[in-house]
Design a protein around this ligand. Sequence first.
Ligand SMILES: Nc1ncnc2c1ncn2[C@@H]1O[C@H](COP(=O)(O)OP(=O)(O)O)[C@@H](O)[C@H]1O
Ligand SMILES: [Mg+2]
Length: 627
Amino acid sequence: MAERFIHILPEQVASQIAAGEVVERPASAVKELVENSLDAGSRSVVVEIERGGLGLISVVDDGCGMNREDAILSVRRHATSKIRGASDLVAIRTLGFRGEALASIASVSRLTLSTRRAADPSGTELTLTAGNIDEEKACAMAAGARIEVRDLFFNTPARLKFMKSEAAEKGAVAEVMQRLALANHAISFRLGADRRELLSLARASNPLERIRQVFGPKLAAAMLPFEASRPGLGVSGFAMTSQESFASARMVFTFVNGRAVRDRVLVRAVAQAYETLIPRGRHPAVFLFVNIRHEDVDVNVHPMKTEVRFRNQGAVFEAVYHALRARLADQTEGRESRTSLSPSPAASALAGAPGTPDTPAAARNLGGDAPRFEIAAAAQVSAPAFAREDSVAADDRPLRLVADSPVVSLLAQRPLNLGYAKGPEPEPGRDRRIPVYSELRVLGQVFAGYIALEDEDGILLVDQHAAHERVTFEKLRLQFRDGGIQVQATLAPVTVELNPARAAAVQATLSELRAIGFDVEPFGPATLLLKGAPAVFGAEGGARLLSDMIESMGENGFRPGRDNAFEELLKQMACHGSVRVGRVLEEREMRELLAELDRTEFKTNCPHGRPVHIRFARGQIERMFRR
Ligand SMILES: Nc1ncnc2c1ncn2[C@@H]1O[C@H](COP(=O)(O)OP(=O)(O)O)[C@@H](O)[C@H]1O
Ligand SMILES: [Mg+2]
């Protein structure tokens, strides 16, 4: 008889293996424990960690607590009060439901659970080592629960080896707490690490107030509220004006039904909404709250419950994209008419009263070694310098994403790579409005590339190419959407010679060229006949523009593979066709350009996301003269 090889693993080994999925690092244990506190209806949650959570994680809440029997059950695998059967998985309303977290954490640590229900005379305290109950006794305590986890991973050396530095683990815990706090503004949270307070958040009355508590008043003030609703789906939140951007997506927070999730659909919708508004490769700050019927989202996708699956991804994408896009298109007016914005009751419940964000005016970050002028201008915007500058009066501080809480400065110690300029301290920028360019006094043209403007509070330089590019791009895009690019006929057909090596590729893409406004016909193997060009640019420059477009055509011609590939073409065309830096403009031309710019959506950035203007505040100039 053959020897048998298969055996059932001892319970303890099995739960260690399962634990690996749920508790990857201290931050995941913190997340699970705090989620339990939230599910228990707590109004206040206090977390303490030592050595990045590897020494100690303690979570104390004032929630419903457990009686003795439940406490004993709660540390067993698959023990949960939140669902009863598979049918409940269809619509999960709690953060937990797997009944695994406490058991998993207990199996890889020394855990003490103390808990009391308000109605019970005394509480229960359990002490466990590696998941086994060593001791059980009655205890006196306030109603709620206290869970202390010591020596996490002490019995799984393999896992322990993979831990990053204690500082990194501490940062990860802080980030988890931030997300939980943002998702639950009405709950008070505290986080201490090695006896230092990292986060102390009183109950907030709306999400914007919580954002302010976590990231400071300057960031909160640069936030535009947005919202949209469809049957069974509500989308709301706060979006950073397109004047600012970050080098990482760390400031994009997405929540679904109160749960912080990383979802591709949401992240993509956010990114696309900012497309052409901020430079490629940069990211906005967005706090997005999606509320969706529980039946329409599956949260049971990932052991850590950080991913979800929407039943109708397309609808969610559309709702988020349009809500954001509409808000971003309307940054100026929205601000002015803020008081007349009356959000739906649902939105105000979720988002609170709309704040009064003021929109920063100046350019973005210009990179590491930018000279002082540029840094000063950029500093109004992108520098998420997470350090507090107490010497500067609150309202006078430059728009840096200054936080009130040390948790943020803690995060700053980590390699955030937010890509902001280092350099001399920026000057405060006071005027953060989006200008009405055509109403400002034109001082003249500078370096044949910039239009200098003056308003009551500073000097603006408008990049003529970026401005024209945005104007033409928006025109092209509108025409393209409303029936096609308008074509202007050339006086006489013009021949355009093609590079013979690429002629075949060009000939194969004539229909795309026609779609973007070039009336072309083949005229021999390596020649095209141009009879009309996009009217936006006028027919005269058509041949030149066509050559430029062909020059920058990719290997596969203009074959638009993706949905927005035509948009890419239009962007390219706007770039090639727009006035270059280096062209001298007459005053009349400048005025026309500015007026057109004011009529254009997304006017403050070129289609590639670069700023259209930068500002030198008067105060800044005066300080340079030491006035
Ligand atoms: N802080 C707490 N307060 C009250 N009950 C708790 C608390 N933490 C855990 N529990 C109880 O223990 C059960 C098991 O918790 P857990 O292992 O995290 O599983 P889940 O949260 O998925 O149900 C929960 O269903 C809940 O009834
Ligand atoms: Mg749980």
